[in-house]
Design a protein around this ligand. Structure first.
Ligand SMILES: Cc1cc2nc3c(=O)[nH]c(=O)nc-3n(C[C@H](O)[C@H](O)[C@H](O)COP(=O)(O)OP(=O)(O)OC[C@H]3O[C@@H](n4cnc5c(N)ncnc54)[C@H](O)[C@@H]3O)c2cc1C
Length: 288
């Protein structure tokens, strides 16, 4: 349970960090909160020769709003997200999701950037980011670019990041004021990763759904955006037969592994159950 030896680097600016990562190449990994990377290193599933610690990059911390866009620095901790009044007011699904990640100890240190960049299908934030149509600001030796969350996840631990690139911020547009939202997560015990989870953001005009977006966690090699399920629900009153069609469409795109969280068929079904529950809570909130 002791990691292999490595050289520790602590850059003090983003250009310094990306220059270091470019210079050190494949042998280097960025280090954020360390709450996914260090356990992997202890198990020797990751053996980086160099760690480039991002914790001195104060420009990567904090939540701010500019016009309709909300920007969250990659090094903002999950705990800081929970405490942000801006997030509570504009993007409450992020607060609800962060509260379901691990436990306070992990959330004090674990960062939003680490959670979305990690590529573990068990991480909770990526499906929520797909649901919200977030984009990630990325910096590398060749400059900066933005990548849509919906195009970022290519496989388990395999993302659109090029070697040496880091996520610097997460950009989001807040949904309309009276939107409904919910993140429903089935887990075996407090602090566990999801057996299956569903994120829903919707708007409702009092009689029918006018917009609906759905993300699913830990039921495939990547987080999923359940586009067809959302489309089925738009224009409906969330009547039982339409909800059944939508949950079936969501279940149809899952491909979970059978593991100690349950057999694949069970986890697929639980994705549908989590979605149905999230729809009920989101609709109740939209109507308030
Ligand atoms: C007991 C326990 C329970 C947990 N339960 C959950 C859970 O229920 N749900 C959940 O979502 N997570 C869970 N986690 C993981 C936790 O949320 C991590 O904090 C998170 O996955 C990674 O964030 P980090 O800041 O710790 O990143 P690190 O561990 O430092 O990094 C993770 C990976 O991302 C890379 N990386 C980090 N930051 C960047 C960046 N800015 N740009 C590019 N690459 C970067 C690193 O190189 C590494 O490969 C749990 C962790 C523990 C220890």
């Amino acid at each position: 349970m002791i990691p292999a030896s490595f050289t520790y680097h602590r850059p003090t600016s983003v250009p310094q960090a990306v220059a270091l990562l470019a210079e050190l190449g494949d042998e280097a990994r960025p280090l954020a909160g360390g709450h996914s990377l260090i356990p992997m290193m202890k198990l020797r599933l990751a053996v980086p020769a160099h760690l480039v610690d991002l914790s001195a990059l104060s420009e990567l911390r904090g939540v701010r709003q500019q016009g309709s866009e909300i920007t969250i620095g990659a090094m903002t901790s999950q705990h800081d997200l929970i405490g942000s009044q801006l997030i509570a007011a504009k993007l409450p699904i992020l607060r609800e999701t962060a509260l379901l990640i691990a436990d306070p100890q992990v959330r004090y240190v674990g960062t939003l950037g680490g959670n979305v960049a990690n590529g573990d299908p068990g991480n909770d934030m990526p499906a929520v980011m797909m649901c919200l149509d977030a984009s990630y600001a990325v910096a590398g030796a060749r400059g900066e670019r933005r990548i849509a969350a919906r195009k970022f996840y290519h496989g388990a631990y395999f993302t659109a990041l090029e070697p040496g690139e880091i996520v610097t911020a997460i950009h989001l547009t807040a949904p309309p004021e009276r939107h409904g939202y919910a993140y429903e997560k089935l887990k075996r015990k407090v602090g566990d990763y999801a057996t299956a989870a569903a994120a829903v953001v919707l708007t409702h005009d009092g009689t029918k759904v006018t917009a609906c977006s759905i993300g699913l966690t830990n039921v495939a090699e990547t987080p999923l955006w359940a586009e067809e399920a959302g489309r089925i629900l738009v224009g409906s009153s969330l009547d039982p037969s339409t909800v059944k069609r939508a949950t079936a469409a969501a279940e149809a795109i899952t491909a979970p592994a059978s593991d100690n969280r349950g057999p694949a068929a069970y986890r697929t079904r639980m994705a549908g159950v989590m979605l149905a529950r999230a729809l009920v809570r989101a609709a109740a909130r939209a109507a308030q």
